[in-house]
Ligand binder design. Sequence first.
Ligand SMILES: *[C@@H]1O[C@H](CO)[C@@H](O)[C@H](O)[C@H]1NC(C)=O
Length: 256
Amino acid sequence: MAINLGFLLVISSLLLSLSSADWNILNQKKGKYGLQITLKNYCESWRMNVELHNIRDFEVVPEECVDYIGKYMTSTQYKVDSERTIDECTVYLSTSCGLKKDGADAWIFDIDDTLLSTVPYYKKNGYGGRKLNSTSLEEWMKQGKAPALEHSLKLFNQLKGLGVQIILVSSRKECLRSATIDNLVDVGYHGWKSLILRDENDENKDIQKYKADVRKQLANNGYRIWGILGYQWSSIEGLPTPKRSFKLPNPLYYVA
Ligand SMILES: *[C@@H]1O[C@H](CO)[C@@H](O)[C@H](O)[C@H]1NC(C)=O
């Protein structure tokens, strides 16, 4: 067994050094850090720094990392990472979150890549390697065929069971309301308290301001926002802050 593993390691490092030999960004990086890095090292560090919010405002996934990001978004690792996010929400709900159960407890969800997955769209459109065409993305959304993120559905139902008011806040536009509702219901979401989409006034605001303004309004209406589950930093940053926020992985695109 040990011999076999050693043999595999030799073979795979040979393959890695062969495949990176003709890749120029890596050759440039080598001198800079004094380390020989693989394309996977490079792209994984790009992805990590997107999640850490060190890399911002990117319009496309770097060309050399499109394959890596495509693989990640369809991998077991992406599922495990997302499931972990949901597990941490559950830990919070059962420990430090002090629900009052008076009808004013609330939880905010994003929709895209939180409750519904846009991965099938990005799969057909170059995994973030091409600049976003919002017309074609909205056409896809209108078909209402986005699958659920299974772990998010579990959290949604758990919160409902706890009597928490579920508020959906999305950067989708009002014109997508009926398609969005049909899609959500089709894949198993129902019983939310309200679904907030962007109207014409909100379309001129940046997304972070729009989402923060919605939270302000909810707080003014007496809701206690215990948490947010979102897919972008713009969903969770800004004032007022919720008691906790949870971000799902999303290296495909950036929404400011
Ligand atoms: C964006 O998508 C629409 C609808 O699919 C298409 O008609 C248009 O040509 C696309 N625009 C660009 C710049 O690719």
